[in-house]
Structures are given as C-alpha cells and as structure tokens.
Design a protein around this ligand. Sequence first.
Ligand SMILES: Nc1ncnc2c1ncn2[C@@H]1O[C@H](COP(=O)(O)OP(=O)(O)OP(=O)(O)O)[C@@H](O)[C@H]1O
Ligand SMILES: [Mg+2]
Length: 227
Amino acid sequence: MDASIPLIEVRNLSKFFDTGHGRVEVLRGIDIVIQRRERIAVMGASGAGKTTLMHILGGLDHPSDGSVLIEGRDIFRISGGELDRFRNSTIGFVFQFHQLLPEFSAVENVMIPSLIAGNSSRKARETALSLLDRVGLSHRLAHKPGELSGGEQQRVAVARALAMKPRILLADEPTGNLDSRTSEEILALLNSLHESGDFTMLIVTHDESLARRQDRLIVMKDGKVAW
Ligand SMILES: Nc1ncnc2c1ncn2[C@@H]1O[C@H](COP(=O)(O)OP(=O)(O)OP(=O)(O)O)[C@@H](O)[C@H]1O
Ligand SMILES: [Mg+2]
C-alpha cells in the first residue's frame, strides 16, 4: 500500500436522477480527499445529497459522472461480483434505521458479512462474539432485533459494520433515531472503536455538537461541498 495515495479521493462527482417530472441534480461536482484514520462529520440540510454521497462512496449506487478512488482504485471500474467482495471487505455501513435482519439473532446478524466472505462459521462466530463484547452486548447474543432496544439494535449494527475490519466506516445518521442519551452512548462507542481501530470514519449527522467532536467537518449545500 502506497502511503502517499489518499484513502478516498472523490473527483468531480455528480449524480442526477431522471424522473417523470424532469431531472433532479443531487450531486453537482464534488471533490473530496480523505486520508487514513480521519474522522469526519458530514452535515447539510435535508435533501443536500448526504445519503446519496454515502451510497456512492460505499459503492451501493453509481455516480452519473466523476469517480471515487479508494486507495487509488476507481471502484466503479470494478466488475459486479468483485465490487460486492471489495465492498464487503473494505467498507462498513451503519444506517439510521439499523437494517438488521429480523429473523436472525444479534450474533447471527454480526456473523453474516464474514460468512458471505467465505469464512467458516466458527471463525465468523468468534469475531462476532468479540465485537458484541466490545459494544457491550454479550448478554443479548440470542436476541432478535425486535427484542432489542433502539440503542442495542444500533450497537449490533455497529458490530456488524466492523465484522470484516473495514478500512472505511460510513455511518448515515447513526443516532438519528435515538434519544439524546442513547445517541451520546453510540457516538462515544464509535469514537472509542475508532480510537483503538484502524479505519476512517464518516458520520452524517444533523447534530452540531456531535459534528464538532469529529476531526473535520464537510458541509454540503445544493449538491456541492460548501466547506
Ligand atoms: N431515486 C431518486 N430519484 C429522484 N430523486 C432522488 C432519488 N434519491 C434521492 N433523490 C433526491 O435527491 C436529494 C438528496 O437526497 P439525499 O437522500 O441524498 O439527501 P440527504 O442530504 O441525505 O437528506 P436527509 O438529511 O433528509 O437525509 C433529495 O432532494 C431527494 O429527493
Ligand atoms: Mg439522508
């Protein structure tokens, strides 16, 4: 790995949607350079394009123009199946609504990325148990998402996001659905995992006090980076 290459480089990224009522330009020429281990807050009014940007950074959606380089590699030039593998091993997602699988227990949900990667269930389970311990949920392993509180569900989602030791953690309003005390706990957890881990973290938030505690702030306005 060449240390002079940024972890993430977004070049002239644009995204539009053609709808029945005309073209919606959501991202209009975004340039961002992100280094390893940075901890970044992304803010901006509702509709500014934050979620769209996170989805494209994570390879979940395609840009209309421009590119996303991760460790110098243009992720939209990676072919379908390989992009799935790359995403699974490189990027962890935490969403506002946890998006856990309701039929599976906490430990099973955290095992899934590792099983998808082809690891043995024993190895996947070991990793999941240790992560659930890190997020303070060793006493809730067999609970299904519906049997967990909102904060606990989000802890499981954080553990799942880190199951593959990703180099990038993308969190889109991870506390948007929680009360203020639980939000504080999830943020403290993310910060402590970041402190002891080796990944870059981008957190989309509407919470200014949360944003101020990150190393850098990216503000989006009208589909561009305002500052
Ligand atoms: N599939 C789509 N088709 C058409 N327009 C879309 C589509 N997805 C998103 N948009 C539009 O793109 C704009 C940006 O959406 P996005 O979800 O990225 O905003 P956001 O900054 O995350 O907002 P919020 O803070 O409310 O989550 C919005 O105006 C939205 O209506
Ligand atoms: Mg959003």
